[in-house]
Design a protein around this ligand. Structure first.
Ligand SMILES: [Ca+2]
Ligand SMILES: [Ca+2]
Ligand SMILES: [Ca+2]
Ligand SMILES: [Ca+2]
Length: 287
């Protein structure tokens, strides 16, 4: 064998031995394997069943209707009457609806009917205007459903849901519910005066007059009594027409308002069984 071949043989032998050792190592005792148990994690989502809540829908809504009844306690005098439906007991600040007619003066009672009253709970009140001037005055007749004047109900008490009948109202003659004396700046004798119960204290707005008392002055002072048929807040003022020019005040007329010029103080009455006051004040000569 040549030297080169011998060397090759030796190298092959060494490599064979090395490979043999490596094989033995790889086939030696196995190392313990990781035996940890892998537990799968499952997320269980609860199944919630939602049951829809069904709310019963009302099948009817409140309906407007006709309110009818009888006014009783009326005097033996023919006169126009008006029945009001309102959110309060105060015709002068507006009302929901009304119905007017004429009482013929017999029997002391009058049937009434107010059509197309909106659904809801309302006050119902009536006025008999003996002198047909549309102004409430002492001796004229008033009534509110649920109480007899001077009493009145503390809350609206007539509920409308369709036609409603037998809403009877007891009427009674109104008395003076407020009064006082106006001191004039001179003798106004023989001149006409107007004393106004007004919601806002301004004669520029006349649709909020509650009542007006008119007459002729007889001296330097002017006592007055008023029929305020409602438990309300109002202003009182007076004009004496010193130049006989008419109702509108002008320079030289006597003017005044309870209690101080120019704005006055409001008056609130709640007891209609007495003459509230005295609400005295002093007038001046209009500049
Ligand atoms: Ca009103
Ligand atoms: Ca009247
Ligand atoms: Ca006014
Ligand atoms: Ca005048």
């Amino acid at each position: 064998m040549k030297k080169t071949a011998l060397l090759f043989f030796v190298i092959v032998l060494i490599i064979s031995v090395l490979i043999s050792n490596c094989t033995q190592n790889s086939t030696g005792p196995e190392e313990p394997r990781n035996t940890a148990t892998i537990t799968p994690t499952f997320s269980v989502t609860p199944t919630v069943t939602v049951t829809p809540t069904v709310t019963a829908t009302p099948t009817s809504t409140p309906a407007p209707g006709t309110v009818s009844g009888t006014l009783s306690g009326l005097p033996a005098s023919p006169a126009p009457y008006t029945v009001y439906v309102d959110t309060d007991i105060n015709e002068a600040n507006g009302f929901i609806t009304s119905s007017a007619g004429v009482y013929n003066g017999s029997g002391g009672a009058q049937a009434y009917s107010v059509p197309s009253v909106p659904a809801g709970t309302h006050y119902i009140y009536a006025f008999l205007d003996l002198n047909s001037n549309t102004i409430p005055e002492v001796g004229e007749y008033f009534g509110v459903r649920g109480a007899a004047f001077p009493a009145y109900p503390g809350a609206a008490n007539v509920t409308v849901n369709g036609d409603i009948s037998a809403i009877d109202i007891t009427m009674a003659a109104g008395t003076a519910t407020a009064g006082g004396t106006i001191t004039l700046p001179g003798d106004g004798g023989g001149h006409n005066y107007n004393i106004v119960v007004d919601l806002d204290g301004s004669g520029a707005t006349t649709d909020d007059f509650v009542t007006v008392v008119s007459g002729t002055v007889s001296g330097p002072s002017l006592p007055y009594n008023l029929m305020v048929p409602f438990p309300i807040t109002f202003y009182v003022y007076a004009v004496v027409d010193m130049d006989n020019s008419g109702n509108a005040p002008n320079t030289g007329d006597f003017v005044g308002i309870y209690q101080v010029l120019p704005s006055g103080n409001p008056i609130t009455i709640t007891d209609l069984s007495i003459t509230n006051g005295p609400y005295d004040f002093t007038a001046i000569i209009m500049p």
